[in-house]
Design a protein around this ligand. Structure first.
Ligand code: FAD
Length: 287
């Protein structure tokens, strides 16, 4: 399909109105979209809508106990913004292992989530911070906003619960409680500029030797980034001693059912999950 119309709205309402008429491809940073189009994996819809001028989609702010990360916040913004660095360090850690400076300057948080790669670096830490996505549309001439937990957003590789007339406007993250500790580890075959072979985010509220409200999110081990409920339950409120850490790492290994692909075999990914969870929890126990 060739592009029949290019538009560049200035407001969210204008963008939602254009989406409501159908046949629209959204362009943010273009770092996923353009390679996918050039490789023939994806075709443009008749209308190409560049959302870069929509002011409401930009910025990172904190208000009423919620951190709002605009869909157009870039990976560089995640690395440099004080609120993210202070309150959401596992997200900064993920940004620090993301591609190169050039890609980080263009790639957006909204684009990463909507691209819905199982190996995307942004989703696991956001899931550990209990993020929700804000979806905006203009179905009957008036604006509509709904939020859904990020953990329920993904339905398959490249697929989400977002409707074709919706746009991801922002990610909302509750300000983490006092005592929250969170870690992110990405493992790739190269130390930099690599897609994750696996990624793991772990978080919770540390009280004494135990973690409470534990959340574990894993990337590149399933068709979607996912929460590991059994692994979380195995350590909830329990003393993180060496024995428990061994049990939790084994639970995580058994809970994931990855595929074998060009990056790693399923067996290797399971071993990575075991070893990295063990290393991360040893670090958390000592923090
Ligand atoms: C060389 C290279 C290295 C990379 N390395 C990494 C890496 O290390 N880690 C990683 O996670 N990813 C990596 N990526 C992938 C990519 O950079 C990210 O997924 C990026 O965050 C996508 O954001 P974008 O703004 O460029 O999205 P775009 O390419 O503009 O859009 C991606 C998709 O989301 C849709 N979309 C975008 N914004 C919205 C919105 N607000 N609402 C609804 N739909 C929307 C678009 O229509 C499109 O389908 C890499 C890509 C390249 C080219």
């Amino acid at each position: 399909m060739t592009i029949e119309r290019y538009c560049s709205p200035h407001t969210l309402e204008e963008a939602a109105g254009i989406l409501a008429s159908g046949g629209v491809t959204i362009l943010a940073g273009g770092t996923d979209l353009m390679p996918q189009v050039h490789s023939g994996k994806l075709k443009f819809n008749p209308v190409l809508m560049n959302i870069q001028r929509v002011g409401e989609l930009k910025g990172i702010s904190i208000q009423g106990g919620v951190i709002r990360i605009g869909a157009l916040a870039t990976i560089t913004d995640l690395l440099t913004h004080n609120v993210v660095r202070e309150k959401l360090p596992a997200l900064t850690e993920a940004a620090d292992h993301f591609a190169s400076d050039q890609i980080r300057n263009a790639a957006t948080v909204g684009g990463s989530l909507c691209n819905a790669s199982p190996a995307g670096d942004v989703a696991p830490p956001l899931m550990v911070y209990n993020a929700e996505v804000e979806l905006v549309s203009k179905p009957n001439g008036s604006m509509s906003v709904r939020t859904i937990p990020l953990a329920e957003f993904f339905t398959g590789p490249g697929r989400t619960r977002m409707e074709p007339n919706e746009l991801l406007a922002a990610v909302r993250v509750p300000v983490p409680k006092a005592g929250t500790i969170a870690r992110f580890v990405k493992f790739g075959t190269r130390p930099a500029l690599d897609i994750a072979t696996i990624s793991i985010a772990i978080g919770g509220v540390k009280k004494g030797p135990a973690l409470y409200e534990v959340r574990v999110a894993l990337g590149a081990v399933a068709p979607v980034p996912l929460r590991a409920a059994r692994t979380e339950a195995a350590m909830e409120g329990k003393e993180l001693d060496a024995r428990l850490i061994d049990t939790v790492a084994a639970t995580a290994r058994d809970e994931v059912k990855p595929i074998s692909d060009v990056r790693a075999s399923a067996w290797y990914r399971q071993e990575l999950v075991h070893n990295i969870v063990k290393r991360m929890l040893t670090d958390v126990a000592q923090a």
